[in-house]
Design a protein. Structure first.
Length: 179
């Protein structure tokens, strides 16, 4: 039995990308509680790797009011659930124009399990060919660039890369390569 049981739920807000709900709960000792939860569909994160170089995207992240370098990542619109490998290929093509001969799943991440139910599948993309990006309107200001592995590590260490999913995905890549 879970230590916290949902007694009731009510939707507070919904748009094409997320739902916010408030759950009335009961703890294991019987006392009442409340949780605010953000539900978002599963996302895919892609590490495009060619030799020792990785392809990153930079875009303005409205909630933090700043531009951020990160690995390719995204969800399907309209709260759709798309098979993760298909989503990974689509996000890679849309954001960078790259196509991958091989897409290998290397891990699963939970974004912020105290706040959201969202999970992300991490893929390593290799055998890359260049093409034109097919960006969504929200991605108009996106920039992309290749970085050497040492550069990426310096960007993480210096705080130039702050995206937790990107940093965690890089760790999954290192562990994957050690196997």
């Amino acid at each position: 039995m879970d230590p916290v049981q949902r007694v009731a739920t009510r939707e507070v807000y919904r748009n094409n990308w997320m739902t916010v709900r408030e759950d009335t709960t009961r703890r294991a000792d019987g006392s009442p509680g409340i949780y605010g939860v953000i539900d978002k569909p599963t996302y895919a994160l892609v590490i495009p790797l060619a030799g020792d170089r990785m392809h990153l995207v930079e875009q303005f992240r409205y909630p933090v009011g700043a531009r951020r370098w990160e690995f390719v990542q995204g969800t399907a619109p309209d709260l759709a659930e798309v098979p993760p490998a298909e989503l990974a290929r689509r996000e890679l093509r849309e954001e960078t124009g790259l196509r991958a001969e091989t897409m290998t799943e290397i891990g699963l991440l939970e974004v912020a399990p105290g706040l959201t139910s969202q999970r992300g599948h991490v893929y390593l993309a290799t055998g890359l060919t260049e093409g034109e990006p097919e960006r969504e309107p929200e991605e108009q200001d996106m920039r992309t660039a290749w970085f050497g592995r040492n550069e990426v590590e310096k960007m993480i260490a210096s705080g130039e890369i702050l995206d937790a999913q990107t940093i965690a995905a890089y760790t999954l890549l290192v562990l994957h390569e050690r196997r």
